[in-house]
Ligand binder design. Structure first.
Ligand SMILES: C[S@@+](CC[C@H](N)C(=O)[O-])C[C@H]1O[C@@H](n2cnc3c(N)ncnc32)[C@H](O)[C@@H]1O
Length: 203
């Protein structure tokens, strides 16, 4: 990981400075798309510092995966609880078979993955019989959105795409798009725009 990526990914910068730069962050529209409830087994791939716990309202079990040890340590210290498990590493076919998640969160992940890696992950989720719903949110390039596009350019993720490119990967993976939106990082002041989807198997 480069120095730039380490600095931007530091929990203090990620949780405190970044919301200020983008004019506030409210991920409610993403978690509404997940439609999760108290009976769900949730996997959060690219869980970062565990921000999902600011939005989830009950689950049977939660499993967060992230390749960044610093983020996982922060999540373990600040966002733990009953039936909450964090793993530092990628999410594998063995993990999905063992955990049998019903809902999968890919919040800010796909723009960190190459087309090949994103497609493998999405296919793995599409083919797991237990999975009912996947919610995604990503930095995006949009026509005439100069401020948001500039913020996207400086994002840590190296694979920021246009909406059609995300849609192409999703449909190639065999997932059906139930809903897709471009959402401001914050409803009143947000300067950054995100491409969000609700997905279900059977595309
Ligand atoms: C933009 S952050 C999103 C964090 C969190 N989901 C959120 O909504 O704030 C993307 C996260 O994905 C993680 N990541 C990147 N590639 C990954 C991979 N292959 N497997 C798991 N996590 C990954 C990064 O370390 C980073 O914490």
């Amino acid at each position: 990981m480069s120095f730039y990526q380490r600095v931007l990914g530091h929990p203090f910068v990620y949780n405190r400075i970044r919301p200020f730069v983008v004019g506030g962050i409210d991920w409610s529209p993403l978690y509404e798309k997940l439609e999760s409830g108290p009976g769900d087994v949730i996997v959060d791939v690219g869980c970062g510092t565990g921000i999902a716990h600011d939005y989830l309202r009950g689950f049977a079990a939660y499993f967060g995966f992230d390749t960044d040890q610093v983020a996982i340590d922060f999540a373990r210290q600040n966002k733990s609880g009953p039936n909450v498990t964090y793993t530092c590493g990628i999410f594998t076919a063995e993990d999905i078979a063992r955990i049998q998640p019903t809902r999968i969160i890919l919040a800010g992940l796909l723009h960190h993955l190459s087309d090949g890696d994103a497609l493998s992950l999405l296919r793995m989720c599409a083919q797991a019989p237990s999975v009912k719903r996947i919610a995604t949110s990503d930095v995006v390039y949009l026509p005439k959105q100069f401020v948001s596009n500039a913020l996207a350019y400086f994002d840590r993720g190296k694979f920021v795409r246009k909406p059609a490119q995300y849609v192409d990967l999703i449909t190639q993976a065999g997932l059906r798009i139930v809903r897709q939106d471009v959402v401001r990082s914050h409803p009143t002041n947000g300067k950054a725009l995100y491409f969000m989807t609700a997905l279900e198997p059977g595309g």
